[in-house]
Write a new protein. Sequence first.
Length: 582
Amino acid sequence: MNLGKKKFGKEIGEKKKIAALRRGILFTLAAVAILALGWAARVVATPAEPPLSKFAPSGALLYLQAADFSSLLEQWNSSSEKKQWLAGSNYEAFSRSRLFLRLKGASDQFAAAAGLPPDMNFLTQVAGKQSAVALYDIGNLQFLYITRLPSASSMQTGLWQTRPKFETREAGGVTFYVRRDPESERVVAFAATGDYLLLATREDLLAGALQLIAGSKDRTIESDPWWTQSVAAAGTTGNLRLVLNLEKIVPSPYFRTYWVQQNITDMKQYSSAVSDMFLSRGEYREERVLLRKNGQAAQASDGAQAVAELARIVPEDAGFYEVKADPSADECFDLVATKILAPHLGAAPPSQIAPQVQLGSGETGASTDLETRIDQAPAQNASTDRSAGVKTLFANNRVLGTMRVQSTERKTDGVFVRLHSAIAMQGSVEWNETEVRNTLTDFVRSGLTASQLGLGWQQKSGYAELDGLWPLSVAVHGKLLLIGDDPSLLSNMLARTSQKTDVEPAVLISGFRHPRERDNFGRLTAAVDRPNTQGGGEREPQFFSENIASLSSALAGVSAETLAVHDVGDKVLETVTYEWSQ
C-alpha cells in the first residue's frame, strides 16, 4: 500500500515537473514572439533613410554617390596600389599635366577660402558613410557635397574648428558658414545638421540643400528629366553610382579638352548615362547605361550573333582580343592590312598643336632649286592601288563580324619580343578559298616581291601557309575566314571552332589579360624608347616604357579586363569587368 502511494506520488511529481517545463517553454516562446513583433514594429516605424539625391538642388551636370565613402577611402589609403602609383612615373607625368595644374590651382583657391588645404587628411575627416557630390559647373568646379556623418564626428573636423573665420547665414532653420577669398572669389560654405555634413563652393547650393533637408518642396536633381530617364533605365544601385547629363557635358570645352577617349562625335548621340560599380574581393564590375537622344534607336545589327559565334574561338592564352559587329569593307581592309599584310600604325591623327615657326634670315629657296619649275605641278609617281582587290573581296561577301587576337612572344634569346596577330571574319555567305588565296597573293606580290618566290601555298593541318619568309597563314571554314601571321595562334583558334558559344549576342566584346602581357610590354617598349632617352637632368618620363609601364606595375593585381557592349535600340548597355588576382 505504501509502495503504491509512493509510486503514485512520484508520478504526480514528474507530471508537475513536465507541466512546469512546458509552461517555461511556452513563456519563452511567447517572450521571443513579443520581442520579434516589437522589433518588426520598430523596423516598420523607423523610415528608411532617404537617398542623398533628394537633397541635391536641380541643375547638376553629374552626380556621384558612394554607399560607404569612408571605407573606400580607407581601402585606397592603405592599398599597395596607391603607394606604387604615387612613386611611379605615371604619377610623375600626371603631376606635370595641364589637368593636374588646373586642379592644383583650384585646390589652392579652395584652401585660401576655407583656411585649410583640401588634402587627404581633410578628405578623411569629412568622409562619412553614404556620401554624394553633385557637380554644377565643370570649369569653375562648383559642387555640392553631402555625407552622412555623426554630428559628434562633424564637430571634430578641422573645417568645423575654423568656423569662427566664416560669416554665418541661415537656411531651413539651420545656421551655415560662408567664406569668400577676395583674390580668386572662390566661395566655401559648409553646415552640419543632424547626421548630415554639407560642403559647397556656392552659397545658394548649400542653402538650397538645407531647405530640402528641412522639407522644402523645391526642385531637386530627381525632378530633372535627364535624371529620371537615366535612373529608370538603370538596374540595381552599385557601391558607386555615377549619373551624367551628357547633353550638357559633351558640348563643354572642358570635356573636349580633358576627355581621354576623344570620341566626342560618338558621345553626341547620347542624352544621359548611368554607371554602377559593384565591388567585391576578386572582381570589380561596372554596369553602364547610355541613353540615346529623344529615344532614337540605332539600326538593327545583323552581326550581334556573329560576334557571339566568333567569341567562342578566342584562345585562352590570347593577350588581347576584340570582336566587333557589322564592319564596313574599308574597316575590314584596314584591320587586315595594319595587323597582318602590312603591319603599321595607320594614319596619324591630326595634330592639335600649332606648327613651330622656324625663324631665319628671310631667305627662301636655294641655288639648287633654280631648275625646279613653279608653273607646273610636281610629277606624281605612278603606283597601283594594292588595296582594291582586298576591298572587293570584303565587299562581295558582307562581313557580319570581325575578331582580332594579339599576343606577344619573347624569343629564345630573351632579348627580342615578337608580336603575333590573327584576324577572324564571319561572312554572310561562304568564302571562296581560291579567291581568298589569290587576292592575298596579289597584295603580297605587289608590295614585297616582283617574282613568284615565296608566294606558293603549302597545305597544313586545317590551314594553308605561304612557303616563303613572309609569315602568312589562311584558313577557310564555310563562312569563317581566318588570317594570321603565326601558325600556332591560328591553330588554337581552329581547335575551338567545334565548341558551342555561351556568349550572348553583342555589338562588341573585348578582353585583355594583364599578367600575360605586362612583362613583355615593358621589355618591348624599353627597347623602342631607349634611343629617345637622354641622360642627365630632369626629363619627362618616356610615355610607354616608363609612364604606362609604371601604371601597369601599380595595377599588377588586375589579372584581366573584359568589355561587352549590347545595343538595345534606344540605349546602349556596357559591362566592364576587372578581375583581381590579389
